[in-house]
Design a binder for this molecule. Structure first.
Ligand code: SUG
Length: 449
């Protein structure tokens, strides 16, 4: 087999960080606001995520892990004028600007679908894998992720012969970019030139176009276009579509809360796009002669409310070794009669989906992050996979090491008042320092630089 054309989709899941908490930071994200001020369990969150990684790896899928970021972000607090020792910085910030301080403590980097957009080498003009860390400009607590995310991606994909890293897009609402949460790729096999599908919430430079009225559109058309340009994509194999503003206003803050695609299949809600018929035509035209599968879920079967509360579409759609597809869904889908029944009908229907697997990722779900939010899909051929940092790929040994690392360092309960505890800062840094050694990342965190 040709090493450079046999390619795999590798799921890079984010590890839930030691400061995972519910601070209600994400306006437009129903779960984040609903669970604000609840007590969280970082240890359980991290173990739930690891169990999902292990299960997918056991299914024969390629699985890797991305580390959490350093939180509280003392480095950002210093930029905002807080001075003194690290301990004084966090104590003062927590007293004088509690909302700002809470934002610097979020473990939001766990949702690695938002870490970046990647384009596989089969799609790009210079035949390299392209990475652009997302600027996540719409939410302050997320807008501070990109610098360390970029360093982590470069530490894993360091070989310039195969990997091209771009700077995040310019900050500000006009180029708001939320990474792969609004990006999907279709292909008949992973190593072939695929169709890259970008979904945006609004036009930043044209106010005559429709836009949501209640909640923000986090991804702009202009940002999606910039990523496609940077990644040297082929115009004929790139499709742009606008998300339905009505569903953003109903709590669908990213397209991956209402649609998911894999290989030749798009699984989406009837209300997902502004003009679904056109989207289907554009994708099929770009895909070519072979027919794609469009599995459209009608409102009569699953309402937008059910979709938002169960995260049906935030499932992972993966290809199993026998070539059929499985839906990796959150536990909330099992608990909802409409959604459970619908999933049964999908398996029985005429489409590539043959199986549903349910996982409990409740700690993440309560902040609005389902199975698909927790992973970044990176398509790599065998040569590129061999050129990447091998220490991040999940196997039994790494799974055991990471479980023990979580058990050793993580708390099992965290409330907002605990975030200013200087001991939490020390615990988190000690844990992350050890993690960079486990994953052979070198120095990537501000406290290590
Ligand atoms: O950006 N939640 C995240 C959830 C991201 C989900 N990702 C995808 N759909 N791909 C967000 O809204 C909540 C944090 C808090 O409230 O503490 C938060 O950031």
């Amino acid at each position: 087999m040709n090493q450079s054309t046999t390619a795999f989709e590798v799921n890079f899941d984010g590890l839930v960080g030691p400061t995972h908490n519910y601070a209600g930071l994400s306006v437009g994200n129903v779960a984040s606001l609903k669970n604000a001020a609840q007590s969280s369990n970082p240890k359980q969150g991290a173990l739930q995520g690891l169990a999902k990684m292990k299960a997918l790896s056991d299914m024969g899928l390629k699985q890797a892990v991305l580390p959490p970021l350093e939180r509280p972000d003392v480095h950002i607090l210093r930029k905002l004028g807080f001075t003194g020792t690290d301990e004084q910085v966090i104590t003062r910030a927590a007293q004088e600007a509690p909302a700002v301080f809470a934002a610097t403590c979020s473990a939001s980097s766990m949702w690695t679908a938002n870490a970046c957009t990647i384009s596989p080498s089969a799609d790009t003009q210079n035949s390299k894998v392209h990475f652009t860390a997302a600027n996540l400009a719409n939410k302050f607590h997320r807008s501070i992720e990109a610098p360390t995310t970029s360093r982590v991606l470069q530490a894993i994909f360091s070989d310039e012969q195969y990997f091209d890293h771009h700077h995040p897009l310019p900050m500000g609402d006009h180029f708001g970019d939320e990474g792969a949460a609004n990006h999907t790729r279709f292909c008949s096999s992973y190593g072939e030139h695929g169709v890259e599908f970008f979904v945006y919430g609004k036009y930043a430079f044209d106010s005559s176009k429709p836009f949501p009225k209640k909640y923000p559109a986090r991804q702009t058309f202009e940002a999606s276009q910039a990523i496609a340009r940077l990644h040297q994509l082929d115009d004929g194999k790139t499709v742009f579509a606008q998300q339905n503003p009505e569903v953003i206003d109903a709590g669908v803050f990213h397209n991956d809360v209402i649609a998911v695609g894999n290989r030749n299949c798009l699984f989406y809600h009837q209300m997902a796009f502004l003009n679904s018929e056109q989207v289907v035509k554009d994708l099929q035209l770009a895909y070519g002669n072979e027919s794609m599968h469009f599995v459209e879920v009608p409102t009569s079967a699953v309402s937008i409310n059910d979709a938002v509360h169960t995260y049906l579409f935030n499932s992972q759609l993966v290809t199993l070794n026998d070539g059929s597809m499985a839906i990796i869904a959150p536990g909330e889908c099992q608990a909802n009669d409409n959604v459970r029944n619908y999933l049964e009908s999908v398996i029985a229907g005429d489409n590539p989906i043959s199986k549903v697997e349910i996982y409990d990722v409740k700690q993440s779900m309560q902040n609005g992050g389902g199975p698909a939010c927790l992973r970044q899909r990176i398509v790599l051929n065998q040569t590129e996979m061999a050129a990447a940092n091998q220490s991040v790929f999940i196997n039994d040994s790494l799974f055991g090491t990471l479980n023990a690392w979580v058990e050793k360092h993580y708390r099992d309960s965290l409330e907002e008042k605990d975030l200013a505890d200087p001991k939490l800062l020390v615990e988190s840094r000690t844990a992350l320092d050890e993690l960079t050694q486990i994953l052979s990342l070198g120095s990537v965190y501000p406290f290590q630089l």
